[in-house]
Design a binder for this molecule. Sequence first.
Ligand code: ADP
Ligand code: MG
Length: 238
Amino acid sequence: MAEVRLEQITKSFGALTVLPDLNLTVPDGSFTVLVGPSGCGKSTLLRIISGLEEPSSGAVMIGGQDVTLDEPSKRGISMVFQSYALYPHMTVAQNIDFGLRLARMPAAERQARVTEAARILALEPYLDRKPAQLSGGQRQRVAIGRSIVRQPKVFLFDEPLSNLDAALRTQMRVKLAQLHQSLDATMIYVTHDQVEAMTLADQIVVMNAGRIEQVGAPMDLYDRPQTAFVAGFIGSPR
Ligand code: ADP
Ligand code: MG
C-alpha cells in the first residue's frame, strides 16, 4: 500500500498548459475516482503518476518517496487501460504470466502468482483458452490479471470498462470492488460513468480544465457541491 501525493504539478504541451498547478493527496489504500469532462487532463495526470509522462514541474511522491525522476517500472505502479492488447497466440495463463517471465522471476513464484490472480478474478476455468475464446469482460479481467501478478502498491485505471456493455460493466464493478478489498492496494480510477464513480469511490476528485474543483466522499459531493460546476457535473446523467 502507498499514499500518492502530487505536489505543485504543472504540465504543458508546447503552448498548451494542460495542468496549471495541481496538488492532490490520494490516501494509502483508498479507491480514488477521477472524473471530469473529456480533455480536462485526467489521462495526463495518470500518465504523470505512472511515469509515462514527465511533469513540466512539481513532484510525484509515492509512499513518501519522491519518484518524479524514476522509471515507470521502478514506481511500484501498474496501469490498466480501456484498450488492452492481449497476445492472441498466448493462453490466458501465458498472457498473465508474460510480464513476470520478462522480469525473470522463478517459475514456481510465477505459477503461484498467476494462480492467485486467476482465483481473485474468477479466471480459473479459462486459463488454457486464447483471448479470442473469451468475452469482453473476461478479456478485461485478464488485462487486470496482468497487473495484479506484479503486485503493485498502486493501481491506475484509465476508463477500463468503457468498451464493455452495460451488463458487463455492472459485473466488473463488483469485481473491482472485491479486488480493492482483497488486495488492499491504492487505486486511482478514471471514469466517465457516474454510477461507477459513486459506487466504487471512497474519494471522488472532480477535475475541470486541469484544475481540481472538489475532492470528497461521493455523498459529500452529491449533498454539498462547492461549485456550480460540481453540482452540474455530479447531478447530470451521462
Ligand atoms: P482527458 O483524459 O481528461 O480526456 P487528456 O489528459 O487526455 O484529457 O488531455 C488533456 C489535454 O491535453 C487535451 O487538450 C489533449 O489534447 C492534450 N494532450 C494530451 N496529451 C498530449 C500530447 N502528448 N501532446 C499534445 N497535447 C496533448
Ligand atoms: Mg483520458
